[in-house]
Design a protein. Structure first.
Length: 604
């Protein structure tokens, strides 16, 4: 016979008058003048259990139980007394009159109350098993499960096959740092944990499995932040014989279906924007369209102004000058204060900006006299007129400026746009529209130039196909090459991205040439892929979605650590298991590894 008949959180008024058997954990025990109330919890929620002293044996057990005891309860479902219902619970209109109470396992005093909302992350991750009992975490992980199931159902219905790819593979460091695994059998040799299944899924296309997917772990040894983990979960997809537009349409449908079926959200339209327009208007390849602010381009009109910060940026190679108009930002008593401007100035310095110029537009009709700023006197009439026209400035507006190398301007003013849009001022003044704003960003450049190493690098990865007709530019002008790459963006987060892949060995070789990867190096790193492409490789493409990120967005969590059962900290440590940890000398000898003097290494 089963140990329970129902989940605690699913006992409702539909079961009135029935006897149920429940198993769960004691969340709270309350003694109310001889009657003991016990809130019992399982993954589906809470139920209130009433222990009456009329049943002496059972009541004695109830007197001794404490929080987090694992218990079994048998009792009668009855309506709660009038005025005591709890509309926040599925079981809020009923209670269970306890007939039998068995302690399945006692608990030591837990280090914190499960319903404590003010726990530090260190405490939560150290005692992760108890943290996972909290309804917040249980709901997050149950949603993650439902998202995974909806993805699988959609892909299965569209003919995709789940195929596993290796976890121990070849190190091909093209991007983040690999996690290396020493081989005991092959002295001095190493496997690498996959940063993604990219090469293997392309091989599967050559092998004829024209619709592949996998929900899989990927590993990158990189510096961490709130939305990154050393191991993360990817919804990895590849397909043959579909165009770029076909692929985008199919997986837009998948994400739309997943959101609708899991959290009841209709994502609506997905506008398509080129990378060039996204950078021009928002300074980002993943713009948050909820923020109703855009850049105004000023580089061309600032080349001969007396203000050297602007003219210097406008005339330097790769320089840029932009303005960001903040409607209502200069309204007396309700705008952005001088103290807030100073704080924003310090904020943009994080992104490499040297400062933050601004103009307060007090009264346009007064011309220069209606503008308040130290820089106005150093900007000639034509440039000043262009600023006001291109920004669409009105009385009471505040205009911020960015002037420097293009990347610094994009990063700094792009981050400022988000910060102001999400601020209380932004929300109060209509600069932010709540909701879901998905989009596609397409037509990425194939390459970007690495000034430090004086070479081109791949914007996505070296297996991304160029737009038709751009193949020859890879030799003569790599900076002009546009790729068939695409990213799906939602509320300023990159949810997933991919590309049409290169399926011809001659085109792949041109990419390697542009990246200054020699034929010998290409054969050493990617020979197995290049060899496979010679055997009638089909046109193919795909993309990958970050499962952790999708669920984080759905839950509104501040960090992807809140949607992963056993995550690492920002220092790539597991506080629960204390990993990474030392290993004994015997294991190291078997792997032919000898540790250098770590103190000396750190000092060097």
């Amino acid at each position: 016979m089963a140990m329970r008949s129902h989940y605690c959180g699913l006992v409702t008024e539909a079961l009135l008058g029935e006897t149920v058997t429940l198993c769960g954990w004691v969340n709270r025990r309350r003694d109310h003048g001889g009657v003991i109330f016990v809130d019992v919890r399982d993954r589906e929620g809470y139920v209130q259990v009433v222990c009456d002293p009329d049943r002496a044996d059972m009541f004695k057990v109830a007197e001794d139980i404490r929080n987090e005891y694992c218990v079994q309860i048998k009792g009668l479902v009855r309506a709660r007394p009038e005025g005591t219902t709890n509309d926040n619970l599925k079981s809020g209109k009923i209670e269970v009159l306890c007939h039998e109470l068995i302690v399945l396992n006692a608990s030591v005093t837990p280090p914190f109350q499960i319903d404590d909302e003010n726990l530090s992350e260190t405490t939560r991750l150290t005692h992760r098993v108890l943290d996972l009992r909290r309804p917040y975490m249980q709901n997050n992980l149950m949603l993650r499960y439902r998202v995974s199931m909806e993805v699988r159902k959609f892909l299965d219905a569209n003919g995709f096959v789940d195929i596993e790819t290796p976890m121990l593979t070849k190190s091909t460091p093209e991007g983040a740092r690999d996690y290396l695994v020493p081989s005991r059998v092959h002295d001095g040799m190493f496997f690498a944990l996959p940063q993604s299944p990219q090469l293997f899924k392309q091989l599967l296309m050559v092998a004829g499995f024209d619709r592949y997917y996998q929900i899989t772990k990927c590993f990158r040894d990189e510096d961490l932040r709130a939305d990154r983990q050393p191991e993360f979960t990817q919804i990895d997809i590849e397909t043959s014989f579909l165009t770029e537009e076909d692929i985008r349409d199919m997986f837009q449908g998948m994400i739309t279906t997943v959101f609708k079926n899991t959290i009841g959200v209709d994502l609506g339209e997905f506008p398509v924007m080129t990378y060039q327009d996204a950078a021009r208007l928002y300074g980002s390849d993943k713009p948050d369209l909820r923020v109703n602010l855009q850049f105004a381009e000023l580089t061309d009109v600032m080349k001969d102004v007396d203000f050297k910060v602007f003219s210097g940026a406008a005339t330097m190679k790769g320089g840029r000058v932009v303005a960001l108009r903040i409607p209502g930002g200069s309204v007396e008593g309700g705008g952005i204060s001088r103290g807030e401007i100073d704080a924003y100035t310090e904020f943009v310095k994080i992104y490499g900006a040297k400062g933050l110029a601004y103009i307060r537009v007090n009264e346009l009709a007064k011309g220069r006299d209606g503008l308040q700023s130290p820089i106005v006197k150093n900007i000639h009439d034509a440039a000043l007129a262009a600023v006001l026209e291109r920004t669409g400035a009105q009385d009471g507006d505040l205009i911020f400026f960015g002037a420097d190398k293009e990347k610094i301007v994009n990063d700094a003013i792009g981050a400022l746009r988000i910060k102001i849009g999400h601020s209380e001022f932004g929300k109060k003044n209509g600069l932010f529209t709540a909701g879901w704003k998905p989009m596609w960003v397409v037509d990425f450049p194939m390459f970007e130039f690495d000034e430090e190493n004086q070479r081109y690098t791949a914007v996505h990865h070296p297996f991304t196909a160029p737009k038709a007709g751009h193949e020859d530019w890879m030799v003569t002008a790599p900076e002009k090459c546009i790729s068939q790459g695409y990213d799906m963006v939602l509320n300023g987060w990159e949810m997933g991205g991919g590309s049409v892949r290169i399926h011809r060995a001659d085109v792949q070789q041109k990419v390697f040439d542009a990246l200054k990867i020699s034929p010998e190096e290409a054969q050493l790193k990617f020979g197995f892929l290049l060899d496979a492409l010679q055997y009638g490789a089909p046109p193919h493409g795909g993309l990958a979605f970050g499962l952790d990120r999708i669920v984080t967005m759905m839950t509104g969590a501040e960090s992807i650590r809140d949607v992963i059962a056993f995550p690492k900290t920002q220092r790539a440590q597991c506080l629960l298991t204390q990993a990474p940890s030392p290993v004994d000398e015997k294991q190291l000898r078997e792997l032919h590894i000898r540790l250098r003097n770590l103190d000396a290494v750190k000092a060097a």
